[in-house]
Design a protein around this ligand. Structure first.
Ligand SMILES: Nc1ncnc2c1ncn2[C@@H]1O[C@H](COP(=O)(O)OP(=O)(O)OP(=O)(O)O)[C@@H](O)[C@H]1O
Ligand SMILES: [Mg+2]
Length: 231
């Protein structure tokens, strides 16, 4: 359904995919494109986006804990983020670009860690329902689909791995499966981006989709950060 229609013309877009798929590479350029076309953009990420949620992120990425604790902390962070940042921005009519959202919880804690999807569904329903506004979810989710082997290769040497990035390939294959199930269940909202293509081609896939939606006009400049990259 997308975020509640009573909340004006804000646009809520989430970016999903396994570690190394290219989300962060493209989200910044997209923020610039929307800004150049006259929109106000809130660029944010999960877990995180508020002081409380960023503190929870630190714990999630670095402290040992089991799958349930992960899921509950992620949803606590999400509630805070939604109430304090995302819902107000949408109500002001802004474009909200969020690096990961609830599909990541289904993929990582569901697919990757094996939590039952009904439990995650129940948490999602409760956490994303706001007083007087109903259920809130992204209008569009860009799934950067990339074979886990390729993602691992891209990340090699790029940075010190956190608790998730340090997981074996089999974990990312399970996470990928989790995303696959989500995409099949919500094909209107979740759109696949072939993230194995070059940066330029990935950018074109994304902007073509946003032009189709009527959210960006045809004149979408290629971000400077992509121009200096070789692929
Ligand atoms: N289309 C592409 N082809 C080749 N390399 C790419 C492409 N897109 C991004 N990369 C490179 O792959 C690495 C991972 O990209 P990026 O950090 O954007 O992924 P991410 O999805 O944000 O990962 P994470 O979930 O870990 O934050 C970076 O070094 C980036 O420059
Ligand atoms: Mg990133």
């Amino acid at each position: 359904m997308g975020h509640n229609a009573s909340m004006s013309k804000g646009i809520f877009i989430s970016f999903e995919g396994i570690d190394g798929a290219g989300k962060s590479t493209h989200i910044q350029g997209l923020a610039e494109a929307f800004t150049q076309q006259g929109r106000t953009v809130t660029l944010t990420r999960e877990p995180g986006g508020t002081q409380l949620a960023e503190a929870l992120r630190e714990m999630l990425l670095h402290q040992p804990m089991d799958a349930w604790s992960e899921a509950l902390l992620v949803f606590a962070a999400r509630r805070d983020h939604l109430v304090k940042v995302i819902a107000p921005a949408l109500q002001r009519g802004e474009v909200v670009l969020c690096d990961r959202f609830t599909d990541a919880t289904h993929a990582y804690q569901g697919g990757g860690r094996g939590l039952p999807s009904q439990s995650l569904d129940a948490l999602e329903q409760g956490v994303q329902t706001l007083d007087g506004r109903g259920f809130l979810e992204p209008d569009l989710t860009l799934w950067f689909e990339l074979p886990p082997e390729v993602a691992a290769q891209r990340l090699t040497g790029a940075r010190l791995p956190d608790r998730f990035e340090a997981q074996p390939l089999a974990f990312f294959q399970a996470v990928h499966q989790g995303y696959e199930q989500r995409a099949q269940a919500a094909p209107q909202r979740i759109r696949r981006i072939d993230a194995s293509a070059s940066r330029h081609q990935v950018w074109q896939q994304i902007t073509r989709l946003l032009v189709q939606k009527g959210w960006l006009s045809i004149m979408v400049p290629v971000p400077a950060a992509l121009q200096i990259q070789s692929s």
